[in-house]
Design a protein around this ligand. Sequence first.
Ligand code: AHM
Ligand code: MG
Length: 330
Amino acid sequence: NDQLALPVGTTLDRFIMRKQEDFPYATGELSQLLRDIALATKIVNREINRAGLLGVTGTFGQQNIQGEEQQKLDVIANIRFIRALRNGGEVCAIISEEEDHIIQTGNARGKYIVAMDPLDGSSNIDVNVAIGTIFSIYRRVSEGGDGTLEDCLQNGTKQVAAGYIIYGSSTMLVYTTGCGVNGFTYEPSLGEFFLSHPNIRTPKKGKLYSCNEGNINSFPDGIKAYISYCKEQNYSGRYIGSLVADFHRNLLKGGVYIYPPTATSPNGKLRLVYECNALALIVEQAGGKASDGSERILDKTPTELHQRCPLVIGSPDMVDKVEEFMKAEL
Ligand code: AHM
Ligand code: MG
């Protein structure tokens, strides 16, 4: 496994370059695209770090298409990522949580589609809690010109890469191209990401459960029963309310994150195309599992860009257990 050949401390650029060498016929476009995302991440990271100082926190006074308040930094992150992807030239179309329709970059020959939530958990910005960016990369199925709906509604198994950035006590970029998961930590004074978490494997079992227990009265019976089971087992409840941060902790420590259907969100809250699918590919690549309660997330066929989907994700034994409880309550 050549991942072992790349030592901790390897820069992200070098890592991407070395990975490309493993595929002699690769054109380098995916590598360039990953570098474009890393560049946009550095810019967004700078904006986030300065947010408290520059007075750019607080709401922007408008709502996004899901009727949620948009924060200024959501708008900034959206603009920064779109600009980087447009300038990079490898992407023909983008799906963003912040925009109703497909964003055409004008790169008619761009081979890739990016689906992203530019800044997730943005209600946490004002209180200095970790937030994140989530992205998925697909190869287009259409033959040039604008990206089509068909390009954008591909099954999660078709992702060629997926990743997230966590803006936490340090900033990290974690991604997969389908050969394991690697994590890079940002060194702000050098402006570089360094390999810090090579070949991440999630523990098979865990002792953390993460859900918004305030909604428990409207959870499906199977989830209620599973939460009682967690308490019987003396598991710890851990919920930040920032998907990337909750996911990242559970990925490293072992745990399960659950966003089930609720009274106010009958299909769950999270979005299949640019939240669930990306994290599902990452967790599977790290040895974990992702389900909607009964079906594997990656097998679901999206029908709408902003479609919501229940999410149960994390350590494989814990996800299996949740599915068992769900089945028993049917
Ligand atoms: P956002 O995309 O509007 O930022 O909302 C998504 C966030 C996730 O990060 C988090 O896991 C979830 O919403 C928390 O929801 P809730 O407050 O209902 O528990
Ligand atoms: Mg989101």
